[in-house]
Design a protein around this ligand. Structure first.
Ligand SMILES: Cc1cc2nc3c(=O)[nH]c(=O)nc-3n(C[C@H](O)[C@H](O)[C@H](O)COP(=O)(O)OP(=O)(O)OC[C@H]3O[C@@H](n4cnc5c(N)ncnc54)[C@H](O)[C@@H]3O)c2cc1C
Length: 395
């Protein structure tokens, strides 16, 4: 039985994925008592299913405010990794070697041109646009067919162009999320696993308690970071918030020779892992909360990988899995206060939650600790859906 006093931490975080755990770690560093609830095993959902690309350069990242948020997080990564490795005592496989993006058809060739055009446009933006600084710090380069083969031995020779993206890095996200949780635990964060939060109890416009499988808990502040399940919980507080699960299927292969860096074509990619392994992805399917790996999904993922690196066909099959990306109606995250006092949202990171973990942790922890909304978070409030939702308001 949990003593009544420990049921009143300063902050409750709902969801022990990379987002919730990174926020908890940051809050613990600020001296707050934090309890994280997870309906299953912390870190076991989208955060471990992901590929781990930290790719603001190749990913088309939406409006400038979002691109800046991505680059801000990219800039925080070295410090974030150092902190997590120090407190957990674990290595997380963070690599800054750059990535290669190839075009396998005319459409993808236009995408590459688009990336180059955006970069030259970005260099002209006035400060404080992080996009501009990034374009200078990580200049994109066109690769000749010979140079492409030097970067990625064994790559297909049926390409319509290739770019080297020095700013696109990667991390072993499975290791990272385990290390973040361990680091947070060592700093005093309490994780209550296999304990679903069933609903939020609201009294006089303030979050009074969370109703969990292990009883009722209360705290001055509650952070909702339950990935694609956040919408259902927000509804119990009267907040109309739509988070849509977007399934991605993945395969891990043992390659005959190690892949030196990430190589991708559109949404198909191979990401290096230790000992010559590579994770290969992916699909984007809106099939509810269904996580089954399907024959069609696997066929499409493998076809995509072999189109990039034909020799991967001789690689050994290790495993396959799927995860649910937390999408929103405009594909942008929700990082904001809500109309319910004491309730903050940190969700909807869709394709970029691994990249965005450090900036989310820092800015949401600042918001919770100080009560002030950092300017970089202003574009990511519920207000943008207010016209559609009618009643949604933020404070
Ligand atoms: C196939 C795939 C590839 C991806 N590749 C990349 C990539 O290369 N780079 C990148 O940046 N991003 C990538 N992403 C996206 C990234 O994985 C997500 O954006 C990120 O993991 C979201 O983290 P989260 O903590 O919000 O969600 P999750 O990791 O899903 O965690 C949410 C947690 O909340 C818990 N929870 C839910 N409901 C409740 C409840 N009621 N009570 C208690 N706990 C609850 C769940 O059990 C879960 O552990 C990928 C995603 C997928 C699926």
């Amino acid at each position: 039985m949990t003593p009544q006093s420990s049921r009143r931490p300063d902050v409750i975080v709902i969801g022990g994925g990379l987002i919730g755990s990174s926020i908890a770690l940051r809050l613990a560093r600020a001296g707050l008592r934090v309890t994280v609830f997870d309906r299953g095993h912390a870190g076991a959902e989208a955060s471990s299913a992901a590929a781990g690309m930290l790719a603001p350069q190749g990913e088309k990242t939406g409006p400038p405010a979002f691109a800046d948020l991505c680059w801000m997080s990219h800039g925080l990564y070295p410090e974030f990794v150092a902190e997590v490795q120090e407190f957990s005592g674990q290595k997380v496989g963070y690599r800054r070697d750059g990535s290669v993006q190839i075009a396998l058809d005319e459409e993808q060739a236009l995408e590459l041109e688009g990336i180059e055009t955006e970069q030259s446009r970005a260099t002209g933006l006035p400060p404080p646009a992080l996009l501009a600084a990034a374009a200078v710090a990580f200049p994109i380069a066109r690769l000749s067919p010979e140079s492409l083969r030097r970067h990625i031995p064994g790559v297909t020779d049926r390409t319509f162009g290739a770019l080297f993206l020095p700013g696109d890095h990667w991390v072993n996200n499975e290791r990272l999320v385990v290390a973040v949780i361990d680091a947070a635990r060592r700093l005093g964060v309490s994780f209550v696993e296999n304990s679903v939060v069933r609903r939020l109890k609201i009294r006089d416009g303030r979050v009074e308690a969370v109703d969990t499988a292990s009883g009722e808990w209360s705290a001055g502040e509650v952070v909702l970071a339950a990935g694609c399940w956040s919408g259902n919980l927000a509804a119990t507080a009267g907040i109309p918030l739509s988070t849509l699960p977007c399934r991605g299927q993945m395969v891990e292969l043992q390659l005959s020779s190690p892949l030196p860096m990430v190589v991708r074509a559109g949404h198909r990619y191979l990401v290096p892992r230790e000992s010559g392994r590579a994770v290969v992805g992916t699909t984007a399917e809106y099939s509810g909360f269904e996580k089954q790996v399907t024959a069609a999904g696997l066929a499409s993922v493998l076809e995509g990988a072999l189109g990039i690196l034909p020799g991967a066909g001789g690689g050994g099959f290790i495993r396959a899995w799927s995860g649910l990306r937390p999408d929103t109606p405009d594909h942008l995250p929700l990082l904001c206060r809500t109309a319910v006092a004491g309730l903050t949202l940190a969700t909807g990171h869709f394709r970029n939650g691994i990249l965005l973990a450090p900036v989310t942790a820092r800015l949401i922890a600042d918001l919770v600790a100080s009560g002030r909304v950092p300017p970089a978070l202003e574009p990511f409030s519920l207000d943008r859906f207010a016209a559609l939702a009618g009643t949604a308001r933020t404070s």
